[in-house]
Ligand binder design. Sequence first.
Ligand code: ARG
Length: 490
Amino acid sequence: MVPSVCLGLPSGAILLYGRAMTRNDETKGAAANPLWGGRFAEGPSEIMERINASVSFDHRLALHDIAGSRAHADMLAAQGIITDADNAAIQDGLARIAQEVAAGEFRFDPALEDVHMNVEARLKDLIGEPAGRLHTGRSRNDQVATDMRLWLRDTQDAVAAGLQDLLVALLDQAQAHAATVMPGFTHLQPAQPVTFGHHLLAYVEMFGRDCGRLADARLRLNESPLGAAALAGTSFPIDRDMTAGALGFDRPTANSMDSVSDRDFCLEFLAAGAIIGVHLSRLAEELVLWTSPAYGLVRLPDGLTTGSSIMPQKRNADAAELVRGKAGRVVGSLVSLLTMLKGLPMTYGKDMQEDKEPVFDAAETLMLTIPATTAMIAGLTVDKDKMRAMTSQGFLTATDLADWLVRAKGLPFREAHHVTGSLVKAAEDAGCDLADLSLETMQAVDPRIDASVYDVLTVEASVSSRTSFGGTAPDRVAQAVKQARARFLT
Ligand code: ARG
């Protein structure tokens, strides 16, 4: 049984590094690799072994590798390629190895290069000769491509589930603050009043699209490369539909060369992940700004902030800063993998072993930064008075005033814009907000203005008037929360 996600080394798992790292050239006469060393008189040099080994990171694939092997062996038996007795021994052995891996007892040996050969060597220890029949009609090339797809499918599902939790936290806060007014910014300059709920719904749209990107990538990922063999397919009468079905894939991949040589499913995950990272980072940046005393709009719970060892007054939003900082790792992983693949001729090259660490690191990063963001959003408290007070700076209702001149007084918008600019200047000179200007002062700028102008100059009136679809009017926001729950929550 493959766990939903297998990111780290199970606790207690043993990696036999010591030998490979300390051996020197005196060991040049070491035995050739038992799994491929038939034509080799001696084993790999110490540096060859070190550059070649991937088990220090690809051990994460062990349970998915075993699941793939079990499906392959069942198919070989069903097709009469191996005997039922051999298959039974293979199934027993692999089930036992899965238990050892899950319990953290499996001993991964770097001298055996990678996870595939570690599992197969252990199978040989356990069941002897039938272990050698498992690799019939397949290669490590289709095996590793299958393992990566299986692992990534589970991991992507876990990342998507994490995003769902984040969406719920954002939607709950948006609902609670559908009518909480705050300044909306462009260029980080005060622009127009909005509600905090509306602001949060902007992120709901972003993370909702991120869920869509993952779901979309999953459709293309979910094809089985198993049976493509080394690159050309196999002469054994295998049944690729059977293994694809057993592993939950929608169908086998259609071209054996493509199957072993592309990693675009990894790129799609990393691209979606990089966008998620960027979205998380923008939200984190806002949390850093909002929680700084200069803004003071939002407070994070104690458990999600840190103090300073020297400045007792400090309350730092370290978690938000780390979410912002770690986005770079995911973007970097995407660039690594794109760069690794760009010059590779068909089909497999050992370069492709370098696909794993970027994918693992990006997944581990997202599995940390997404729940950290969820905790911050769920736990934040809003200082509504501070938000309201901040809307009185920056003449946020200037657009409302210009729109009123158009609507109530029939001015062309360009002229209304000009008149409003003069009124902003007058307010600036008087050191007050637009709503605090006397009617005489306003009429001195334009005699057509009358007292009903004051109805449009409050921030509440401003947000309430923005009832267009997708706008910030509190009723619209409350409705948008409901619609977003239906659109994005699965
Ligand atoms: N560890 C290898 C990888 O991750 C497995 C495939 C090895 N294939 C080969 N032809 N040497 O890519």
